[in-house]
Write a protein that binds this ligand. Structure first.
Ligand code: UDP
Length: 380
């Protein structure tokens, strides 16, 4: 039994169905497969929409890239994000163009590097949070222009409360490379992510039930093993308290032609209520559309009835997570896997890589009659 049909559940199902003789039931509480990666063509414009916000496939691992490309066709796509700050448009991630734009200079790479060193706060030896990481490496001008306001809106707290690792997701470059990601392989599936998930679970031994909400109180004794990809605190009926998540809401808009000329424009000030605008036809520039659809994206604290998106992982949350993990460790015939069940900020390629790896670990444990690990990861 697999609970959830996002990438974790679908990759596991694919691996177990093709590499063992089991039969698999997948349950998903929503009316579609794919979890938050779900894509669907907008009926009005025909544009492929990432229903739960933009998803760009990136990886450095050739085996993961080959794996997804063996299932569906991908086309090249480089994510180029722009940032609106104080009414002006800048290049992101911070690169030589951004530095020259913000400081109205024409630095060479070496000059920009030396300049940024003078801006960075050298007294911070070991940055302990998001803000310290930013002040140490890019200085307060760049930090307040691009990161402080956006981060406050995105996470609903002061950046001093957030881990430095969130900022480390975004590169800083001393050349004009404005690719938002650092990975070797990058692209977008031609027919969207749901087609890819569908391909993964398209097997006579896999049965999918939609609109089927799982409750841990249910009798699951008929199953040899349960793979759970929902929130870990929900499995335990929140007995230690709720883990913190941010959720996202969207305001959908239509226009003729091209609204903003790029897939993603970030609004970095605190005053603009949304974090970014994504215009989805720019993800598939091989398609032609005369009209356009775009989404203003708002971030807020996830309430019990909301869809959880970003795990906050504040100190309090990490304490709760330890308690839930300890409670899960003694369970039999169950695996907690994926973003929600392990409570981590994961990209698609992390999720796929971990599910592929875990399927091998699981099948090996089964063959030697060992208990498979309850989690694919050790606590971090
Ligand atoms: N961030 C920011 N300004 C930006 C873009 C990102 O301050 O213009 C910060 C923000 O805290 C965000 C984090 O960097 O949560 C990671 O950004 P990324 O673009 O990777 O977020 P995602 O696309 O996963 O929402």
């Amino acid at each position: 039994m697999i609970i959830g049909s996002g990438f974790s559940g679908a990759v596991l199902a694919h691996q177990l169905a093709t590499k063992s003789d089991c039969t698999i039931d997948i349950w998903d509480e929503r009316d579609h497969i794919g979890g938050n990666c779900h894509t669907e063509r907008d009926p009005q414009t025909g544009i492929m929409v990432h229903q739960y916000g933009p998803h760009i496939f990136n990886t450095d691992k050739k085996e993961i890239w080959d794996f997804v490309n063996s299932l569906v066709e991908f086309r090249p796509y480089v994510h180029r994000v722009k940032a609106m700050s104080n009414g002006k448009v800048y290049s992101l991630p911070v690169n030589l163009h951004t530095i020259n734009q913000l400081f109205q200079r024409s630095f060479t790479p070496d000059e920009a590097k030396a300049f940024l060193e003078t801006l960075g706060d050298q007294s911070i030896d070991d940055p302990k949070n998001f803000e310290e990481q930013a002040l140490r490496f890019i200085g307060k001008e760049l930090y307040y222009a691009f990161f402080y306001g956006y981060t406050k809106k995105q996470w609903g707290c002061e950046p001093t409360e957030l881990p430095a690792s969130i900022l480390k997701r975004i590169p800083v470059r001393f050349n004009y490379d404005d690719n938002y990601h650092n990975n070797i392989f990058t692209g977008i599936p031609v027919e969207g992510y749901t087609a890819l998930i569908q391909k993964l679970i398209d097997h006579p031994c896999i049965r999918v039930s939609l609109n089927k909400k799982f409750d841990p109180a249910m009798d699951i004794s008929g199953y040899d093993h349960v793979f759970y990809t929902g929130p870990i605190d929900a499995w335990f009926n929140f007995k230690y308290g709720r883990l913190g998540y941010r959720t996202v809401t969207f305001e959908k808009c239509y226009a003729d032609g091209d609204f903003q000329g790029t897939a993603q424009m970030n609004y970095c000030d605190v005053e603009t209520p949304f974090t970014r605008i994504t215009e989805h036809k720019h993800f598939t520039n091989w398609e032609k559309h005369d009209t356009t659809i775009y989404f203003k994206e708002f971030s807020k604290e996830s309430e019990p009835t909301d869809i959880p998106y970003y795990p906050k992982r504040l100190e309090h949350d990490k304490g709760l997570l330890l308690q839930y993990r300890a409670a899960a460790a003694s369970l039999q015939k169950i695996t907690f896997i994926g973003r929600l069940a392990t409570y981590r900020y994961m990209d698609m390629h992390h999720v796929i890589g971990e599910a592929l790896n875990y399927a091998t670990v699981f099948l090996t444990a089964l063959a030697s009659q060992q208990k498979p690990p309850v989690f694919p990861n050790t606590e971090n």
